[in-house]
Design a protein around this ligand. Sequence first.
Ligand SMILES: NC(=O)C1=CN([C@@H]2O[C@H](COP(=O)(O)OP(=O)(O)OC[C@H]3O[C@@H](n4cnc5c(N)ncnc54)[C@H](O)[C@@H]3O)[C@@H](O)[C@H]2O)C=CC1
Ligand SMILES: O=C(O)[C@H]1O[C@H](OP(=O)(O)OP(=O)(O)OC[C@H]2O[C@@H](n3ccc(=O)[nH]c3=O)[C@H](O)[C@@H]2O)[C@H](O)[C@@H](O)[C@@H]1O
Length: 495
Amino acid sequence: MIPNKVTNIACIGAGYVGGPTMAVIAQKCPHIKVTVVDINPERIADWNDTDLSKLPVYEPGLDQVVAEARDRNLFFSTDVESAIREAQMIFISVNTPTKTYGVGKGMAADLKYVELCARQIAEVATEDKIVVEKSTLPVRTAQAIRTILDSSTDAMPGVSPRFSVLSNPEFLAEGTAVKDLHNPDRVLIGGEEDEDGQRAMEALVEVYANWVPRERILTTRIWSSELSKLTANAFLAQRISSINALSALCEKTGADVDEVAHAIGTDTRIGPKFLKASVGFGGSCFQKDILNLVYLCRHFNLPEVADYWEQVVKLNDYQKHRFTKQIIDTLFNTVSGKKIAFLGWAFKKDTNDTRESAAIYVADELLQDHAEIHVYDPKVPAVRIYADLEYLQAHRRPQFVIATPTIRGMQSDAPATLSSQEIRQLVHVHKTPYAATEKAHAIAVLTEWNEFRTYDWQKIYDAMRKPAFVFDGRNILDREELKKIGFEIKGIGKG
Ligand SMILES: NC(=O)C1=CN([C@@H]2O[C@H](COP(=O)(O)OP(=O)(O)OC[C@H]3O[C@@H](n4cnc5c(N)ncnc54)[C@H](O)[C@@H]3O)[C@@H](O)[C@H]2O)C=CC1
Ligand SMILES: O=C(O)[C@H]1O[C@H](OP(=O)(O)OP(=O)(O)OC[C@H]2O[C@@H](n3ccc(=O)[nH]c3=O)[C@H](O)[C@@H]2O)[C@H](O)[C@@H](O)[C@@H]1O
């Protein structure tokens, strides 16, 4: 019988979602044993490291949560099979990147890791289990998971465990993951409408109810839950693209985008959040989830709906390109041989995650113009920065190329593919902001780390080449103060 209460949970995937989410469940539910498993042994070793600064995910407050629960009722392991066998409830929290091959390449979510998990659960399970989709998935994936689970049940007559599939998408944002998990706006649980589905939902509601007020735990039909996750990310990203679109107009007209955002955000129907103009949104999910939504709409023959959402991603590509073009234009139409210092590489502050960070695309485009790039980021190591640039050489999205047909008003060549050696010759990673900015022609702020505001900007100015340009892609620096020192400063949407 599908349990309606659980004391043993497994989670497949010890990444940015699986790790923090399960750590908080274990912290808040000491009566439940939580085992997080992953096929990546280094990742698991890092989660088990006694030096908590080595946790594979950097999130403020996560070290304390792990310290409290680890080896009490929270375990990290590579033994996927045992964890599946013992658990009554199994979360699937593996990566679902955009497909880079075959049908749906560049648009659809790649579900091969999710499928592998379902197959492994089906192979190993001998008792009834609840399977929870924690990964972000296209609507109706639960159907595919159920088909896999049920077909192997048929193949094992005699041992016929039952499965109930739930959708429980995660809404945490990186950098505030622990805060978001401790105090979520809502928890969403979608389940099947039969008796098993109801029992499974009851079991998962019970888990969250240990710390989340019941009225914030929403239960829906499974398809609604799956689609709500893609919709939430599409709406959030759409707000950023909307304000970024207006930032371009602000620059032409002399308006100030922060003033415009404040003015519209005080309307309670619009609200103040997610209206910060920037060099463009990054992160592993917004682009991937919108492309997935666009793919689904095209699949269901809704081209107008698909085009509407695709524009959010195109505008984001345009914004990254616009920022780069402004750097090149301002530096007298070429950055060849010039030293551009990057403050920040992570896709946002308070995380070491760089996936789809705007910094990667800006760097790539500047490298096409033969710039020399010097990076400082408080949390991102050099190996990650090189790996990001190398990955991009092999996986440029055609949309980005289309969005950047002209540089300086002239037709530019298709982007050159840089070798690892060329990247290492042109990109240097520094341990301090002062080393990165020394003798630089310009500074580009790519991430909104708080510490960037607190630097000795006079010292930075003194060591730079003149005129000393700052391109603030996050509008975080004190413009007046920097101008007084002598900097030429350009922001986003600052007319
Ligand atoms: N990163 C974020 O802030 C958020 C991510 N999501 C969604 O959560 C899912 C996971 O995302 P992340 O945690 O960021 O990904 P991640 O890439 O950080 O972690 C996924 C982990 O799954 C492991 N894995 C893959 N296949 C496996 C298998 N068959 N057996 C065992 N381990 C396996 C990988 O080794 C990796 O460590 C994605 O669907 C994503 O869209 C949802 C909300 C927030
Ligand atoms: O599905 C996911 O992965 C998650 O995606 C986002 O979270 P995340 O990408 O971690 O971080 P955000 O705070 O949403 O920022 C995303 C990007 O948008 C940028 N941003 C954000 C807000 C804003 O006003 N302006 C802006 O440029 C950030 O700098 C960052 O590059 C959502 O906020 C989460 O709810 C969701 O769970």
